[in-house]
Design a protein around this ligand. Sequence first.
Ligand code: PEP
Length: 252
Amino acid sequence: MRRKLVAGNWKMNGSLAANTLLLTEIKSGLKGNVSSATCDVAVCVPAPYFAQCQGLLNGAAIALGAQDVSSHEAGAYTGEVSTGMLQEFDCRYVIVGHSERRAYFAESNELIAQKTVRALNAGLTPIVCVGETLAQREAGETDSVVAEQLNVVLAAIAVSDLAKIVVAYEPVWAIGTGKTATPAMAQEVHAMLRKQLQVKNAEAAAQVRILYGGSMKPDNAQELLAMSDIDGGLIGGAALKSADFLAIIQAA
Ligand code: PEP
């Protein structure tokens, strides 16, 4: 049985004051209502707030995560953040290959694979994002696009690391748009991804959590999370509202 994971992706949002309020509310909501034994929770915050959020999360059943990481270990890479820096703040997760990184920063499947390997080597859990655009879905290319995105990553990692990754299926047309894949649509892609993982190693594939992301909200979370291959959510907009984030955790 895979433990569900609900991970918030704050993107480029937050402030010292807003982060304190949000995490304080989430922590107190979790204490009262949700058993941390059945669901893992993480927040992937902007890098400048690692220290603040590490402090706020001290003792809470909420892991800290990053939204990106460099494929390089260290050195002259202006603006980049290394896995070593993430480790210093007790980050457990790091999102790699988010569609916004692919679209706005021209990140290739190969670069995303390198980041995944770098994260794994540092003992971090990469949340590897895959997903098709609306044009690709309408052209019937969903399976081939998503399979290629995952394949490049799978080719780069060791079999022994397979169970350590998290995959997030995030149809680009559903991110921040209020449009959500139906549970059946999402399950179909998740099942396809699981089969692809099985080709590398069946035992590990059964352990890999495949999250759905794309306008997951309190009112649709339960039916999405009820699907057999949907093992949690990567949450954007709803992760910035404590009541919404808590309701999704509750659904998980
Ligand atoms: C995301 O960007 O990872 C995401 C799922 O965003 P939203 O929930 O806002 O669609």
